[in-house]
Design a binder for this molecule. Sequence first.
Ligand code: TXA
Ligand code: MG
Length: 319
Amino acid sequence: MTQGQFISHCTADALAGAAAQLQAGRLVAFPTETVYGLGADATSSDAVARIYQVKGRPADHPLIVHLADAQDIGQWSEDIPDYAIDLARSFWPGPMTLILKRSEMAKDFITGGQETVGLRVPDHTLALAFLNEFKKIGGKGVAAPSANRFGHVSPTTSQAVVEELSEYLDPEDLILDGGPSQVGVESTIIDCTTDAPRILRPGAITVEMIEAVTGVKVVNRDDVIRVSGSLEHHYAPSAQVVLDGYPRPGDGLIALSTTPTPEGVVRLASPVNNDDFARQLYGALREADAQGIDQVVVIQPEGEGIAIAIRDRLKRASA
Ligand code: TXA
Ligand code: MG
């Protein structure tokens, strides 16, 4: 049975209504430039508890708090290092999450009991309008993980959110449609609690970009892939993901457009560059499942930049 009200035309009135529902303890799935998030009032333990229930996620995993404005980080965090201010100024709104020492506002049910909190200002018109409506009525921030069941592929369209979560949502919960996510992989997570920034999850904001604006060397630079890749099986479709193999007839194939499609292989995506690869990847993995394909071969993009984030997610999807 389908639950959760789907709003395809997000007028100002609709967004104000969604913000009011959020304040009343409902969940609101909303678009961001990275992936869709499942939002709850970040100051309400009851509302946040429902996120865990709907996602089927272990309760000790911390949530990112989404803010309307970079100025709001002072409410949620303390002892913010100068390089983090530089990052916020340069890349927010944008696909970057800063991990900072938490303030009183960030309770254990947000941080998973840790002394740090993850904060992000997303770069999506509709998300920012929604966050601003919530702020207008006294909202402090919106806790939102990716709007998928735990361990699954993150949704990059509202339709994917419906497929993932509608049977777990209540009729009063909302799903806002804002078109396909333009980045397509989750935000870069940067730990800003020590002398130098440390990447916990690679994304569209790269080591080079971070070093360029902060003038501070990113630590553990060579560990970027290892750190994230050491996490468990994640971002996974039902189909088996095989990296850099040769597809057999009936297999799915995701590769840059320069790679030809062998006879009998189902081409799931032919991105023209690495940004396009990131944008199309999760939709293509979902399409494999929709078509009942058992095995998907992905030819990984080489090089730096967002290719590092793509390989990180693929490594886990194939684990
Ligand atoms: O792009 C994104 O970041 C998306 C959109 C919706 O903003 N959100 C997202 O949330 O990917 P989620 O919950 O699926 O992944 C967030 C990751 C989790 O692995 C969580 O453990 C980590 O961020 N995280 C959150 N707060 C943290 C903290 N205080 N310390 C360390 N890791 C943290
Ligand atoms: Mg997630």
